[in-house]
Design a protein around this ligand. Sequence first.
Ligand code: PEP
Ligand code: MG
Length: 575
Amino acid sequence: METQINGIAASDGVGIAPAYLLTKPNLSFEKYHISDPDSEKARLHRAFEKIIQKLKETKKKLVDKLNAEDLTIFDTHIAILNDPEMIKQVENRITNQRLNAESAFAEVITKMIKTLQAMTGNEYMQERASDFQNIQDQVLAELEEKKLPNLRELDHPVIVVAHSIGPADTSQMDGRFVKGIITDLGGRTSHAAIMARSLQIPAIVGCNDITKKVQNGQRVIVDGFEGSAIVEPSTNDVKQYQKIADKFMNVRQQWKKMINQPSATADGQRYKISANIGSSVDISSAIENGADGVGLFRTEFLYMKSDHLPTEEEQFNAYRRAVEQLNGKRLVVRTLDIGGDKPLQFMPLPKEMNPFLGYRAIRIALDQPEMFRTQLRALLRASEFGKINIMFPMITTLEELRAAKKIYYEEQQKLAVDHPGIGRDVHLGIMIEVPLAALNADRLAAEVDFFSIGTNDLIQYCFAADRGNDSVSYLYQPLNPTFLKLIKHIIDAGHAHDTTVAMCGEMAGDRYALPLLIGMGLDVYSMSASSILRTRSMMKQLDSKKCQKLYQQAVTTCDSMTGVKKLVQDWLVAN
Ligand code: PEP
Ligand code: MG
């Protein structure tokens, strides 16, 4: 009988195939006392070593397939296994209580998982909990010499159904056979979702107990657009969904034709569609998707994955590599946006009650200028090898901007002694992601070359709603008419001073926001590489004058986000 399942839409597309349950073997174990703690500790370390080795090997194999953000997942898992505090606690149980390795390890890791799970509403912590769970399975399987399911053995199309999916699973997925993914756990930013999007596999996550409702081999339809699935669908459903799947395949093919096309509207207005990247590895995907440049290089990953403060030379090499690959296109680099919930291995940051309102980004840079100066020097030196723009994150006041610029010019002048004219083509800009900066855009615009609107943070601060907290996710409202007016205010203020206005938050790649942003006159749209061609292709269908009218209509006649969305949806159908 047909069963309908609802979850969270995580990766676009439709997949139809028999279910393949990614269920684990029984990993229960005996608790017993050992007589030789040293050999038991050695057994534990052998298991850790083997897993670390496997993780390193898979990461190496996937370096060209996944982007930097996805690859850091492997480092996270390796870091868990190398965590000295965890190792000490497990070893203490083996030595002092003479526990076998399985029990000692399980006791410690279960405690950690429970602590993380208790932080409900914190998506980041929930994801860390599933990382720990994944590691627990791997270690127990290794100690017990049991085999975890292996997707590499697949030789026919399937829909993978799992409780959760970790990097070890996704790394084994072959796009020829995995036609869809459904999981019990996870949100839009969980590992399963991120991986599915980068591998372009239709996926829905957060379905609660799908693993209990589906049996191996049952036919399943995954609808990654709507976030639903049908188990044992009718022939009619299969026909309908097959049509949607075919249509989407064709659309994707059409998008590919836009790679070398200009980013322009039907009436010939030119814009720029750029990519957001996390490291120089992502540049290939930006180029493959025809990006007009890089609109946001999030440099924090460079710092987060390192066990020491990246040196000027290391940073210079990374920025130079990135800008050289861009072959004359512009690279916008954001200076370190660390703090809040983004930790550093080499520099413990204070625990804070409200990390998003705390010690982060430019606030740290101005408080610890040496770290900031090193980054600016590396960037200035790299600017001799291509077009680099530098932008400061989280600017709130004019004083902060002036202080950051002062440090920048001091470093430029020092370097100019040996490199005359260094930085002459560097444009300086700021992220507009704090409401006060948005309101003060007019004064700020007079002192920078460009703005980049960070809607992810600007929305969380304007609506006072934590961007990672599911229970207030209804307040993520990029199409709210009052918010739209604020965006228009920023754009107008920028233009009054000849300041280019870009957007690099998620809103820039939102299909319903696009006609409104064109209507407001936004210059640059920076988004994840996989959204570029879809956006360019949509832009080509739009008329900028009509978009202006649409924007006016939205802010004068609608009083809610739902109203604006409905207006845009109807308008798109009519135009
Ligand atoms: C933003 O806040 O919109 C943004 C682009 O920065 P991040 O998501 O890295 O905070
Ligand atoms: Mg931000």
